[in-house]
Design a binder for this molecule. Structure first.
Ligand SMILES: Cc1ncc(COP(=O)(O)O)c(C=O)c1O
Length: 417
């Protein structure tokens, strides 16, 4: 197995020296997302990869993971990472006609549908290109826990079909000319804090899916139970194992969907950030250190344009990013000041929303220091405000065990229409 030890290091304005300080990451080989296999069942390979670099995607593919995509761009990345289009599951609540057309033209044939409108649009477009598609029906089950950093089910959301909407479900579980229902899909929340929380969520998901199956007389071939597996994000730490999870899910399946093993029902999970969070480090340079109204600020060359972009919109709390000093960037001759004050880390954008940490103890921080933000492999740059204020994007360096495999810089292109 190839060791994956770097995702997208390096600061906004330099070019390709990030491999200099390779960061050896924990969690390799990747631990099984459920803590173990489901007994008496073929190995379950979780899907939904949130790696945004084709080389990371390729590594996961060679390890046997499936892939779920939810945009034209993710489809392209998955195909660039070596997936055959017919292996992909295409999902998402807002599938546009042009997005579906591109996916169909690329050869994608399995979709998760989120409403009757969504399924009918797919059916009509599939007819146009003479394609036969399979679909999973995404469910929004009854109220779940309050856990997870973002909830997609168990409350009013744009995701899936409420399990109480029997008319819509009966339509979605009926074959159309070009689309055939083959399974169910649910995704409750991201980043659920602990194993007990995950167990409760999966039990509820199995229960909700089985109730729909019983009511509609439907037998799923694949049952995609979603994810929510937590991982550290932009702070030090390792992913947590879940040794009781596989057994608990197995019991829930046995209790609610008798015969699932004998039928060979495929059980899928969306492991998301769990697989790739550790495969990324952002290296950023300290451009300025200054005091403002009594507070110490450090201005970095990467902010919400490169990391944690949604917080920059003011809709999420600003990230508690905790970088560490890359030792090689310190000038050994200069003595450290003891009792350095805590500092506010901000990015280079002209907005007070560009904050990576409101107050963090960094020890002494000096202009020219290089800071490394660990555990930013999940989503990479794609979760950032890349276009905002038109700064150059960070250079992405992929390295395995310190050997540089690829250096690239994404750009926004203008297409005249
Ligand atoms: C349907 C679906 N699958 C998978 C994921 C990946 O989740 P995460 O990376 O938080 O584990 C998400 C995240 O929003 C999602 O909406």
């Amino acid at each position: 197995m190839r060791s994956l030890s770097g995702g997208f290091p390096i600061s906004s304005n330099r070019s390709g020296t990030g491999g200099k300080d390779p960061v050896h990451l924990p969690g390799d080989p990747r631990p099984p997302v459920l803590g173990g296999p489901l007994r008496g069942h073929p190995p379950v390979r979780p899907d939904r990869i949130t790696a945004s670099h084709p080389l990371l995607v390729e590594t996961l593919r060679t390890e046997g993971y499936h892939a779920e995509v939810s945009s034209v761009g993710e489809t392209d990345i998955a195909i660039a990472g070596g997936y055959a289009p017919e292996q992909l599951l295409y999902s998402g609540p807002g599938k546009s006609a042009s997005g579906l057309q591109s996916a169909l033209a690329a050869g994608v044939r399995t979709f998760s549908v989120e409403s009757v409108t969504d399924r009918d649009r797919l059916d009509a477009l599939a007819e146009r290109v003479g394609a036969k598609c399979r679909h999973l029906v995404r469910l929004n089950g009854p109220a779940g826990s309050a856990g997870g950093s973002l909830r997609m089910a168990g409350r009013p959301t744009a995701f899936g079909v409420d399990t109480t909407e029997t008319e819509a479900l009966s339509s979605l579980l009926t074959r159309r000319k070009h689309t055939r229902p083959v399974g169910l899909h649910t995704y409750f929340a991201t980043n659920v804090g602990d194993e007990d929380g995950l167990i409760a969520e999966f039990q509820r998901a199995v229960h909700a899916a089985s109730a729909v199956c019983h009511d509609a007389g439907f037998t799923p071939e694949p049952l995609d139970l979603g994810g929510g597996f937590p991982a550290p994000q932009a702070v030090p730490g390792e992913i947590v194992r879940h040794p009781r999870l596989a057994g608990a899910i197995e019991n829930a399946l046995d209790r609610n969907l008798a015969g699932w093993r004998a039928r060979g029902m495929e059980v899928a999970f969306e492991s998301g950030r769990y697989l790739v969070a550790a495969a990324g480090t952002l290296v950023t340079e300290v451009l300025d250190v200054k005091r403002s109204h009594g507070r110490l600020f450090s201005v970095l060359d990467a902010g919400v344009n490169a990391l944690g972009g949604m917080s920059g919109l003011g809709r999420l709390v600003s990230p508690g990013t905790r970088p560490y000093h890359l030792e090689s960037s310190r000038r050994a001759a200069e003595p450290e000041t003891v009792d350095a004050p805590a500092v506010t880390l901000v990015g280079p954008l002209c907005t007070p929303l560009d904050v990576l940490n409101r107050l963090v103890d960094m020890g002494e921080i000096r202009v020219g220091d290089l800071l490394a933000v660990p555990n930013v492999g999940a989503y990479g740059l794609t979760a950032s405000l890349l276009g905002f204020l038109s700064h150059p994007l960070p250079v992405e360096v992929v390295h395995t065990g310190g050997t540089v495999e690829s250096v690239r810089r994404l750009t926004l292109n203008e297409t005249r229409l």
